[in-house]
Design a protein around this ligand. Structure first.
Ligand code: NI
Length: 269
């Protein structure tokens, strides 16, 4: 079994390959002598028995993580959990969401059921599933566009499958930035576009968590009907505050996460 460092570094390599902005942002921070610490890594899945949030959580719970929070997103029809390692300054929090597929149209359910049937025919181990991508099908662009009307989340999963949807840099650990606003200004000056759905900064110091994200890079993906550009993964930034007891808040704010999900919204090249 790979250790936790190896697992996270494999996830990061895959994520970086799909998100050219990551290298540029690392370079920018390196030029400022910053050391990058991850706040959390996020995963997406569907609520089918053999691939649900608990299956995605297993590689982490087997390596010392504990489930610490449960969340529900009514509008996007998602459930989520977050996990923490006893050493949060060494290992990032893990955020895993799943789509409640039964609440969507028959057509959407059929697409996901067909995909699920193929997955369980050749299901890899939980460790491998976590970063399997989608080797089971070549997606159809028509189906992707149809899914988008109902759920951007389902459409993203249909194409990209299992992998880190985003990594999040901990702003608390940056030495040259003491506010998310300052960091956002720096990123925009350097040519990055921020997700402005619900404002560039989601959350507030009162809510003990502020988050922002750059828009997902457009990546060329292979479809049955030829290649197309679409948003893949994105980079997020989080600043956490201490609660009344002086302890850093470790959870997530559903209303903020709801808007952060939109960083992978479809846009034309
Ligand atoms: Ni996040």
């Amino acid at each position: 079994m790979n250790n936790l460092e190896q697992l996270i570094s494999q996830l990061f390599s895959d994520y970086q390959a799909l998100n050219p902005s990551v290298k540029k942002i690392h370079q920018l921070f390196q030029n400022q002598s910053e050391q990058i610490i991850n706040d959390h890594i996020a995963f997406r899945t569907i609520d089918f028995p053999e691939i649900n949030i608990h299956c995605i959580a297993r590689p982490f719970t087997e390596r010392g993580y504990k489930i610490k929070g449960n969340y529900r997103f009514e509008e996007k029809k998602l459930d989520a959990i977050h996990l923490e390692h006893p050493n949060t300054s060494l290992f990032p929090r893990i955020f895993i969401s799943q789509l409640r597929h039964a609440e969507f149209s028959k057509e959407l359910q059929q697409v996901l059921r067909d995909l699920y049937a193929k997955i369980i025919q050749q299901k890899p181990t939980d460790d491998k599933l976590l970063m399997a991508g989608n080797p089971w099908i070549t997606p159809s662009y028509n189906i992707y566009k149809n899914l988008l009307h109902e759920s951007e989340y389902a459409a993203w999963f249909y194409v990209f499958g299992f992998r880190a949807n985003h990594f999040t840099i901990s702003v608390n650990h940056l030495i040259n930035f003491n506010s998310l606003e300052g960091l956002n200004t720096f990123l925009k000056k350097n040519g990055f576009s921020l997700n402005s759905s619900g404002g560039e900064i989601k959350g507030s110091p009162q809510l003990l968590l502020e988050q922002s994200s750059i828009l997902a890079d457009l990546i060329e993906m292979e479809f049955l009907d030829g290649p197309q550009y679409l948003p893949a993964c994105y980079y997020e930034f989080a600043m956490r505050y201490k609660d009344q007891d002086g302890k850093i808040f470790n959870g997530f704010i559903p209303q903020s996460a709801n808007k952060i999900f939109e960083s992978t919204n479809f846009r034309n090249k």
